[in-house]
Ligand binder design. Structure first.
Ligand code: HEC
Ligand code: HEC
Length: 239
């Protein structure tokens, strides 16, 4: 990721942070701005979009519509250092559990439109390999179908499996890479670590490219809890 792509939003956050401190000092004397959720999450929207739809930057992920417990688990993962991205780690350090739950619920309920997928940059055979792994898995490597847990419509499952539509290929491959290298962890047993380490670089490239081409269904809500029987145990899912 080039520093220019990250610098602008980061600057916006630092300014918003500084403004927050300033207004806290003024709060005694000035009338308060309305304390709505929209106002509270303003520092997030520079990178994640005004309704959590993500931004054109290939790396800033969509939050909108992902299950609330999934989003909460990620905020908690950043706070505990199980995921590493310094602006995120910094932003959530001093936020309470209660506040993280409120933020997670807010973004899970947002329904902004999905972006139009970018034109693919890989060959048709790579896309076909990606489609095959996502929908059927790769039994020769013991890789289950991604759709077995993320749903056929790829909108995830309540309460804690995220949808995979509306994400950029770069973001998806970076996350799979982070699980393989051990810089992203989920609650144990970490099924995504198991799965990501069974994939080769080419597999990661193929699934990321195919997933990034998919369009959201008409009603892009996560599948109901327990409507899919997950082929591996995941610590984030109630058993
Ligand atoms: C400077 C840009 C930036 C700001 C500001 C920012 N984020 Fe993020 N956020 C990111 C990036 C980049 C990632 C992915 C990091 C990674 O894991 O590689 C991320 C990841 C996340 C995730 C996990 C998404 C997923 O699908 O797993 C959540 C939830 C999240 N951010 C919420 C927030 C909230 C809430 C705020 C405001 C308090 C916020 N972010 C502010 C850039 C930002
Ligand atoms: C056994 C169930 C299961 C299977 C099969 C599975 N996943 Fe996951 N996946 C999960 C869970 C649970 C999470 C949330 C982990 C966490 O809390 O960080 C997740 C998260 C992810 C994320 C992070 C999304 C984000 O917004 O950051 C990506 C990307 C992902 N999976 C891709 C895949 C791909 C590609 C496959 C197929 C090769 C796959 N998954 C197969 C359960 C599964």
């Amino acid at each position: 990721m080039s520093s220019r792509r990250i610098f602008r939003p980061l600057l916006a956050v630092l300014l918003i942070g500084a403004a927050g401190v300033y207004s806290a000092a003024q709060a005694q004397t000035q009338p308060k701005a309305p304390d709505t959720m929209e106002a509270r999450v303003q520092g997030c929207t520079a990178c994640h979009g005004s309704h959590g739809q993500g931004t054109d930057n290939d790396y800033f992920p969509r939050l909108a519509g992902k299950p609330a417990d999934y989003l909460y688990n990620q905020l908690e993962n950043f706070r505990a250092g199980r995921r590493k991205y310094p602006p995120m780690n910094y932003l959530v350090t001093y936020l309470s559990d209660d506040y993280l739950h409120q933020i997670a619920t807010y973004f899970s309920q947002q329904r902004p439109p999905y972006p139009t997928p970018a034109a693919p940059t890989v060959s048709n055979s790579t896309l076909e390999r990606g489609r095959n792994i996502v929908l059927n898995g790769d039994p020769s490597k013991n890789v289950p179908a991604c759709a077995a847990c993320h749903g056929k419509a790829l909108t995830g499952m309540e309460p804690a499996i995220p949808g995979l539509v509306g994400l950029h290929a770069d973001y998806i491959s970076a996350q799979l890479g982070a699980w393989r290298s051990g810089s992203r962890h989920a609650i144990a047993p970490d099924c995504m670590h198991e799965i990501a380490t069974r994939l080769t670089d080419d597999d990661v490239n193929a699934v990321a490219a195919w997933l990034a081409q998919q369009r959201a269904p008409q009603n892009p809500v996560p599948a109901p809890a327990k409507s899919l029987k997950t082929p591996l145990a995941c610590g984030s899912e109630p058993q």
